[in-house]
Design a binder for this molecule. Structure first.
Ligand SMILES: C[C@@](CO)(OP(=O)(O)O)[C@H](O)COP(=O)(O)OP(=O)(O)OC[C@H]1O[C@@H](n2ccc(N)nc2=O)[C@H](O)[C@@H]1O
Ligand SMILES: Nc1ncnc2c1ncn2[C@@H]1O[C@H](COP(=O)(O)OP(=O)(O)O)[C@@H](O)[C@H]1O
Length: 317
């Protein structure tokens, strides 16, 4: 581990613990051919931005999961039972450390700001927060290395939520190496009312790109632009190999990207598998100007900066 991934979380807490996890965008999403295990080889540059989900976790006799959300979040799309990725995180601990988890449960309340099925890894953020909070609440003392490994079992994007910042993702996205990035970069975020399914976008990518290379494109110029702290250069280097497939499934996304660029953004790009579109701006004021223009035609327009911290503690009792 090149640096601690979880900031300021004590090893063990007795009462309630509130853990925060950020959304991500992909500054570079190089997608290779589908592998034998069904996943696609990726070379991606993850970037954590300031939209967050918070989990409040308290000890309880029986498991209970509740949810509240910002107005732009479609909570109907979030499963309440065993399919919720937070419940899957708890089940994974129970499977790996049955004698230590036996007899323990928790109440988990999620406060969601990250759009659901939006390509911003909101579920992954919740999973990362749950791993950290339940580990502390149940006194499991899981090492950072093991938490990252468990995160990778829950989803390809989950390890990055633990790291935050800006990082290179390889493998199927679960191998995370932090990249120096002093930022700040300013983004306008335009979610869609209806989410897009990540597997469907990857499947459509396969149809459109039957000859995708085994080795995805490497982001040499993008990493240089980050180091140079040059927004125009960074804008030109943004790349998302899933964008064509997502825009083919949802043609209106091309119009959203064009509208943001017409409003003066340095560059617009799809976030992950979409449908959220993000727009690079040169400053906070510039982002607010672009957001104000876009807000005339789009019901939800947010401003966020990055890079921000990965999963971290807000408070505990
Ligand atoms: C596209 C990306 C880009 O960062 O993000 P989102 O748009 O979902 O946020 C990720 O690759 C999504 O990661 P995540 O959402 O964790 O995916 P997983 O749960 O691991 O996998 C869900 C499904 O996505 C497809 N999948 C995922 C990762 C990958 N490298 N290749 C794939 O083909 C597979 O069909 C898999 O069954
Ligand atoms: N805690 C959770 N928050 C959001 N979605 C969840 C959660 N648990 C399970 N899901 C499921 O995961 C799917 C993908 O959600 P999400 O992580 O928000 O999007 P994306 O993969 O596009 O970044 C949702 O459609 C939902 O069915």
């Amino acid at each position: 581990m090149t640096r601690p991934v979880i900031r300021h979380v004590p090893d063990h807490v007795e009462g309630a613990i509130t853990v925060r996890s950020p959304a991500k965008i992909n500054l570079h999403l190089g997608v290779g051919a589908r592998r034998a295990d069904g996943y696609h080889a990726l070379t991606t540059v993850y970037h954590a931005v300031g939209l967050y989900d918070d989990l409040v976790v308290t000890p309880a006799e029986q498991w209970k999961l509740t949810l509240t959300a910002a107005g732009h979040v479609d909570t109907d799309q979030v499963p309440g039972g065993d399919d919720n990725i937070v419940a899957r995180a708890a089940a994974l601990f129970a499977e790996r450390a049955p004698e230590r988890v036996r007899g323990r449960s928790a109440n988990v309340h999620i406060t969601k700001e990250i759009p659901v099925a939006g390509g911003m890894a909101g579920g992954s953020a919740d999973a990362a927060a749950a791993l950290v909070a339940l580990d502390r609440l149940w006194g499991l003392h899981t090492s950072d290395e093991d938490l990252v490994a468990l995160a990778g079992e829950l989803g390809s994007d989950v390890p990055f939520a633990l790291f935050g910042g800006t990082a290179l993702g390889t493998g199927r996205g679960e191998v995370v190496d932090p990249v120096p990035d002093e930022g700040p970069w300013w983004w306008v975020v335009v979610p869609s009312e209806e989410g897009l399914s990540t597997p469907e976008v990857y499947a459509h990518f396969d149809r459109l790109s039957p000859d995708a290379p085994a080795e995805p494109a490497y982001p040499t110029e993008l990493l240089a632009a980050l180091a140079a702290r040059d927004a125009v250069r960074l804008g030109a280097a943004l790349r998302n190999d899933l964008q064509e497939a997502a825009c083919d499934l949802r043609p209106e996304l091309g119009d959203v990207i064009a509208a943001g660029e017409a409003a003066g953004a340095v560059r617009g790009i799809l976030s992950g598998s979409g449908p959220t579109c993000v727009f690079l701006c040169t400053s906070g004021d510039h982002a607010r100007d672009v957001a104000a223009t876009l807000a005339a035609d789009h019901p939800v327009v947010l401003v966020a900066n990055g890079p921000v911290a990965g999963t971290h503690l807000l408070e505990y009792a």
